[in-house]
Design a protein around this ligand. Structure first.
Ligand code: 1CP
Length: 353
């Protein structure tokens, strides 16, 4: 037996469908791997049924057996190359002591958001959050057992700025004006808060990997709210620190809408960058080179088109992106999308080989 990096080989070589890990490890593939952001919730009938059987979103997020069920459904129903663990980015604010609830048709609401620098003092951070997140790690173990080596599992977390934005705003927002005001009024405390969120997130993603996650994606859903200078000052050092801490596990960074910061992303340790549908591949290549894998970037609204048009759009995007590409949407699939259209997209990608 070869003991040299045995742990790596055990994991890496054992999946029946290895195409996502191959792409992220620089091994040539005959077509792009494909998965869909927000594939596990929203559009599938099995998810909707399970969602109805529980009292609320948070009950589902804390039920490892149901999580495994919901996580695996897109593999069978859509034919994607990898499942993403069903969970939410808001489990970290909750573990830090900023509780949330999901209100039907409104989204997240935080009864006690951060309103002043003094509120940062009460937060739990670093490894101290981990025992409040056992349900996530148990969900990973259960999902991996059911996968039994068929596909790798994607784990994820919110990037620090996106979590900061919710923790201060207390809800979703079109402007995140309160959160951006906090950056201007309390720059030092903003760093203190970003640092606490980052240490919690680092401990969390490390434990996700230890529990069996094979890939980690960081979602910076609200990165497009900040100027390039703010992103450099308040975000990049923390994102890089999290990514550096999990070197060895493939990392995908998805800074949605942060087109002005793309020239700065060359220093972020990662294997792939996710881009939204407004960001041309040529622009990313110009700034970040030919080798980095790009993930994306079909407009989720394109999935309202008929399957023939979807097939042509898949071919166009794939040609545009070139070899170093993971096929995905440019943001999460919209809840009223016909699952058959998503399936048509996945099939079109798979027939590219
Ligand atoms: O009751 C329900 O079904 C509530 C809807 C829902 C779902 C299905 C929420 C509340 N979260 C989720 C799951 C979820 N969230 C997943 C995993 C499963 C999947 O859908 O595939 C993931 C990866 C997330 C990540 C997430 N949550 C992000 C980042 C991705 C993105 O879309 O930008 C964000 C910003 C959230 C916050 C959140 N949680 C829920 C909602 C409705 C929102 C968005 C609110 C807003 O727009 O501000």
């Amino acid at each position: 037996m070869n003991y040299f990096r045995a742990e790596f080989f055990d994991v890496y070589m054992s999946y029946h469908n290895n195409i996502l890990l191959d792409k992220l490890h620089g091994v040539p593939t005959d077509r792009p791997p494909v998965w869909v952001m927000r594939q596990a919730g929203r559009i599938l009938p099995g998810y909707r049924q399970i969602r109805k059987s529980v009292s609320g979103f948070k009950e589902l997020v804390k039920s490892p057996d149901l999580i495994a069920e919901v996580t695996l459904e897109p593999l069978h129903e859509l034919g994607v190359d990898a499942p993403i663990l069903f969970s939410d980015i808001l489990v970290i604010p909750e573990a830090m002591g900023v509780d949330y609830d999901i209100i039907e048709k409104q989204g997240p609401k935080f009864p006690n958001p951060i309103t002043s620098p003094a509120d940062i003092d009460r937060l739990v951070y670093g490894e101290d959050v981990l025992d409040r997140l056992d349900y996530v790690f148990e969900s990973i173990t259960k999902t991996k057992a059911r996968l039994s080596g068929s596909n790798p599992l994607i784990g994820f977390a919110g990037a620090p700025w996106t979590l900061f934005a919710y923790m201060i705003e207390g809800s979703g927002s079109k402007t995140f004006a309160k959160a951006r005001r906090f950056l201007y009024e309390h720059p030092k405390d903003s760093h203190r808060l970003m640092s606490r969120i980052s240490s919690a997130t680092t401990a969390y993603v490390k434990q996700k990997i230890a529990s069996g996650a094979d890939v980690i994606q960081l979602f910076d859903s609200w990165s497009g709210m900040l100027s390039r200078a703010q992103y450099q000052e308040f975000c990049l050092p923390y994102i890089s620190a999290i990514m550096e801490a999990i070197e060895g596990t493939p990392r995908i960074f998805f800074p949605k809408g942060a087109w002005s910061s793309i020239p700065d992303f060359g220093d972020v340790p990662m294997e792939a960058i996710g881009v939204d549908w407004r960001t041309p591949a040529s622009y990313v290549r110009e700034h970040l080179g030919e080798d980095l894998v790009i993930q994306g970037n079909m407009d989720p609204a394109f999935l309202y088109s008929d399957p023939d048009a979807i097939q042509s759009e898949v071919a166009r995007i794939s040609k545009d992106m070139g070899n170093q590409h993971i096929f995905n949407l440019g943001h999460g699939v919209y809840p009223d999308t016909d699952a058959n259209h998503v399936k048509a997209m996945v099939q079109a990608v798979k027939s590219l080989g």
